[in-house]
Design a protein around this ligand. Structure first.
Ligand code: ADP
Ligand code: MG
Length: 682
């Protein structure tokens, strides 16, 4: 059972720590030598002098030159942690975690003590933490709680070139803060050379360049475009492995699923190789990768073997893996985009920019000459955009608008962004927050809005949690919120046991309760079974995701208390739970049309039930959905049936009777049936 398992883990941790402590002294020398070989090391003194001389400094150095791991250590060694902490932000949580682990090791301390990290839902720091790596989103949140960030003496906004939304917000906030806190040092660190823009924004702050060493990289383009880039990438990896001299391979893929597929295929195809061909060690890295597996990619490759790292664009600049000699670049990544017309966020696979392609290629030439295999033609390369569009210009802004409002920043139009967000997107964020009752007519934060800010969730989810007070079902709602926050990784379906897995999944959907309630049932059954691992196996549920959900749920429970919301349970009143979900997600309502697809109600647009939804065979007339995903079609994921009357009851400012009682809607199908395999509406 799980309780035992935790105890096991603890004693195991303690023994390994004792062993690690003994090993530290030996390790230290080697690591200290390694530190000295990094390009930044030669500039250590000049860098410290520049920090002393200037309050704000822009640092530019190629990926792998030692910015992220060394700068905070240099500052620590120079005494900047005597009176406070050094905070270093990363746009990606895996980067924050892995870099903190590395730095703790270099300093010979336990992770979570002097060196720690904090990401959403996970705080691995303690009162004696002086070097704190964290996601940019988290520092943004801390800004809200404590606007002078008094506990920090230095802030390093790292990976500035990524231009993630929270980092962009931090630029403006930190610039402002620096004026009122002359003792605060601000470092903006970037891997690209166009630092002028950062310098201009920060009142002509000086730029400190770390000259990189880069070895020549031979770039190969394909002669014709590849129809199936995943297959082409795998074939290329195997060709490198069988024909090219030693050196590890880095393959850029777009996400976890693709990486897992590639891993499986590579395993299958190398199985038949026999002993004549060297071992190929396959190491995946992506955002949701469990911590214990993250360390594996950094382990040195054993003599005679070759490593192939299957990575998302996290390996483009955020983490550096030593020993890479070959890069395989299919030319794609997942990009968030926001369509103001349909008011929809989507995550889509899209071509990368030239800047990204060059970064990727550069990963192969860090320690010696490298080779990059681009799975696109030279003319495709010429057609790529020069640079990535900053996230602020292509995303839903409701979350950051809420955070800024909570900081008392009301005039968003005149807020000093490095690049302005589209006014339309800003306006729509304000509209949504107003609809959720987080803002009043004057655009000021309401009581509800204040409560919502307390939860590290997107506004619609936090509204749902806040509304649970009214419906007396906060126990159920935080479970649902936690399960939704884990993402799409609760159920799994092994290819050889598809029928069993499907049946297990269906058992949670009995009564066509909808996907939200099914998630609640999964969690509660797991809990009733003592959080058992065995139970997860038997029900084709991912143990790891469940544990994450439990951690998130625990946190939300603590935050409920802070927000003054009572913990109440109403397990049998399914309608109350559904109404509560609707209170947060009423902008996401769709109704069935006669073709078996759906139309969104407010800004009409055709969408479909995701085939993975428990309601895919039921097709209810009115549904609320958690999110839209765009693949071949626009799919609603995590869907629950609602009654149209609730909309007018819950959101009278948003829907009127005519919206749900329009004569045109009389044409809505009355029911759904099946002719052969086809679902039809009548
Ligand atoms: P930069 O921030 O300039 O890109 P880093 O400080 O991240 O550079 O990397 C410097 C060195 O530290 C690299 O050689 C990299 O391989 C190593 N490194 C970083 N993180 C880890 C880790 N988690 N495990 C092992 N080595 C690491
Ligand atoms: Mg870095």
């Amino acid at each position: 059972m799980d309780g035992d398992e935790f105890d096991d883990k603890k004693s195991h941790d303690e023994t390994t720590t004792a062993a690690a402590a003994k090993a530290t002294a030996a390790l230290d020398d080697k690591l200290q030598e390694e530190r000295k070989t990094l390009p930044i090391y030669q500039y250590r003194d000049a860098f410290l002098q520049a920090v002393k001389d200037h309050q704000v400094l822009i640092i530019v150095g190629e990926t792998g030159s030692g910015k992220t791991t060394q700068i905070p250590q240099y500052l620590h060694e120079a005494g900047y942690t005597k009176r406070g902490k050094i905070g270093c932000t990363q746009p990606r949580r895996v980067a924050a975690m892995s870099v903190a682990a590395r730095v703790a090791k270099e300093m010979g301390v336990r992770l979570g003590h002097e060196v720690g990290y904090a990401i959403r839902f996970e705080d691995c720091t303690s009162s004696n933490t002086v070097l704190k790596y964290m996601t940019d989103g988290l520092l943004l949140k801390e800004f809200g709680d404590q606007p002078d960030l008094a506990e920090y003496t230095v802030l390093v906004l790292d990976e500035a070139h990524e231009r993630s939304l929270p980092t962009d917000m931090l630029f403006a906030l930190v610039k402002d803060l620096a004026r009122s806190r002359p003792d605060l040092k601000v470092l903006i660190s970037s891997a690209t050379l166009d630092a002028e823009k950062f310098s201009d924004f920060f009142d002509s702050a000086p730029v400190f360049k770390i000259p990189g060493r880069r070895f020549p990289v031979e770039i190969n383009h394909t002669l014709a475009p590849e129809a199936d880039y995943l297959d082409a990438a795998i074939v290329t990896a195997l060709q490198i492995h069988t024909k090219e001299p030693p050196g590890d391979i880095l393959m850029f893929l777009t996400g976890q699923e693709e990486i897992e597929t590639a891993e499986q295929i590579l395993k299958q195809r190398t199985r038949g190789f026999g002993t004549k061909i060297a071992e190929l060690i396959i190491c995946p890295i992506y955002a949701g990768l469990p911590t214990e597996l993250q360390a594996k990619i950094f382990e040195p490759t054993p003599q005679g073997a070759r490593k192939v790292v299957l990575a998302t664009n996290i390996a483009e600049t955020s983490v550096t893996i030593d020993g890479i000699k070959y890069v395989i670049d299919p030319g794609f990544c997942k990009k968030k985009s926001y369509n103001p017309k349909t008011r929809m966020d989507s995550l889509q696979v899209a071509p990368i920019s030239k800047a990204s392609a060059n970064q990727r290629a550069g990963r192969s030439g860090r320690t010696g000459p490298g080779k990059c295999f681009r799975l696109y033609t030279a003319s495709n390369y010429q057609d790529l955009e020069d640079n990535n569009v900053p996230e602020i210009q292509r995303t839903n802004l409701s979350n950051v608008v809420l955070i800024l409002k909570s900081m008392g920043i009301d005039d968003l139009i005149n807020f000093e962004f490095m690049d302005q967000p589209p006014p339309e997107a800003l306006l729509q964020a304000l509209e949504l927050l107003y609809a959720l009752s987080a803002l009043n007519k004057n655009g000021l934060l309401t009581k509800v809005g204040k409560k919502m800010v307390g939860f590290p969730l997107d506004p619609m989810l936090s509204k749902m949690v806040v509304a649970s007070d009214k419906y007396k079902c906060s126990e159920e709602i935080i479970t649902i919120a936690a399960m939704l926050s884990v993402g799409n990784a609760i159920f799994y379906c092994p290819k050889d046991k598809r029928v069993h897995a499907q049946n297990a999944k269906i058992s949670f959907h009995v009564g066509d309760v909808g996907d939200h309630i099914a998630l609640l049932r999964v969690y509660n059954s797991w809990k009733e079974n003592n959080f058992s691992r065995q139970w997860c196996y038997e029900n084709y549920i991912q143990v790891r995701s469940m544990k994450t959900a439990r951690d998130i749920r625990d946190q939300l429970e603590g935050l409920l208390e802070k927000a003054g919301i009572e913990l109440t349970s109403n397990p049998n009143d399914v309608d109350a739970i559904k109404k509560c979900i609707t209170s947060g997600f009423f902008p996401n309502i769709a109704r069935l049309d006669k073709y078996g697809s759906y139309r969104t109600l407010k800004h009409p647009h055709t969408v479909h039930l995701h085939p993975g939804s428990g309601l895919a065979e039921v097709l209810p007339r009115w549904v609320v959905y958690h999110e839209l995903v765009l693949t071949a079609k626009e799919y609603m994921r995590q869907v629950t049936e609602v009654k149209p009357a609730w909309l007018v009851e819950i959101a009278p400012h948003y829907y009127q009777m005519k919206d749900v009682d329009d004569p045109a809607l009389k044409k809505m199908p009355r029911g759904v049936g099946r002719i052969g395999k086809e679902l039809v509406c009548f």
